[in-house]
Design a protein around this ligand. Structure first.
Ligand SMILES: [Zn+2]
Length: 209
């Protein structure tokens, strides 16, 4: 059953994902090869180039695609169909329930809490998928309820595999997928370390194209 959850999720490397259901939802599209223009909704977690890539957004967006940004990015974004949501907000976007949650570092300065950058919980056809954004293992995760958790494992800018195991314990998903490895920082060994220690089933995704 967890494997079936993984089948609706495509990974393009790093934190770049597509969820396929009655709607098609991308999070932080980056290093996209194909001009698919198949996105109904695109969610952006924060402004770093490997997460907010206007060129990649253009490859997956169509004329009516809605792009959701953290409220704190309002002044940096110029998209016609942009929606800005703050931490704690929950909104139905094109028929899909989107919850905005905190994402930040606790022991490094790359993603300060004060930036109000985010993660998302997307409810797609009754399946709740949590994309944590670039974050450490934060207390706010105690109140997250989801079926699938996408968690960074590389360390350096985000939590390590060991910290991600603790995060998975807080969250208690039915399935976890390690992200933020294999590009810029982190390798398969980090994903595998997470998979060995996680208190839930883990699927290590292969790159989609
Ligand atoms: Zn970042």
């Amino acid at each position: 059953m967890p494997e079936r959850l993984a089948e609706m999720i495509d990974w393009f490397g790093h934190a770049s994902f597509r969820f396929r259901g009655s709607k098609t939802v991308y999070v932080d599209p980056w290093k996209i090869d194909k001009e698919s223009h198949d996105a109904d909704i695109i969610l952006i977690t924060h402004e770093h180039y490997d997460h907010y890539s206007p060129d990649d957004i253009k490859k997956v967006a169509g004329d009516t695609t809605i792009v959701v940004f953290p409220e704190s990015m309002r002044d940096k974004v110029d998209f016609i169909n942009a929606v800005f949501l703050a931490r704690g907000e929950r909104q139905t976007v094109d028929g899909v329930d989107v919850e905005v949650v905190a994402a930040f570092n606790t022991n490094k300065d790359y993603h300060p809490d004060s930036k109000d950058w985010v993660g998302y919980i997307v409810n797609l056809d009754g399946i709740r998928i949590y994309h944590s954004g670039d974050t450490d293992n934060i207390d706010e995760m105690n109140s997250i309820s989801c079926d699938v958790a996408l968690l960074p494992v590389s360390g350096t800018y985000v939590m390590t595999a060991v910290e991600a195991i603790e995060a998975a314990r807080r969250i208690g998903p039915r399935l976890a997928i390690p992200m933020h490895w294999g590009d810029i920082v982190g390798g398969r060994e980090d994903a595998e370390e997470f998979a060995r220690g996680a208190p839930c089933p883990v699927v290590i995704k292969e790159h989609s194209t």
